[in-house]
Design a protein around this ligand. Sequence first.
Ligand code: TYC
Length: 102
Amino acid sequence: MPPETVTKPRVKVKPKTERPKLHKVILVNDDFTPREFVVMVLRAEFRLTDDQAYRVMITAHQKGVCVVSVYPKDVAETKATRATDAGKAAGFPLMFTTEPET
Ligand code: TYC
């Protein structure tokens, strides 16, 4: 390199990439859907164990709502819709909603 050549220090710019927010799937209580049916849907759609599914169901039953799990937005919405539709198909008002984690 000739003596008059000026070189700039190379500053690496690392762009900060924000992790996409996870979304909660929430089970909502109602007076009509049988407990065993809720447990079955939780096991099938959210891959909960019998024990986990029972705890989530009974928490929603007692408190009104219970967080089932968290997923990327599209996954949460798809699972909530499928689980709600499973109740509808069986004639129950079972409902799952989603909301972004804070
Ligand atoms: N409350 C319902 C019953 O007594 C059971 C139930 C629990 C339904 C949780 C919905 O999200 C729910 N049969």
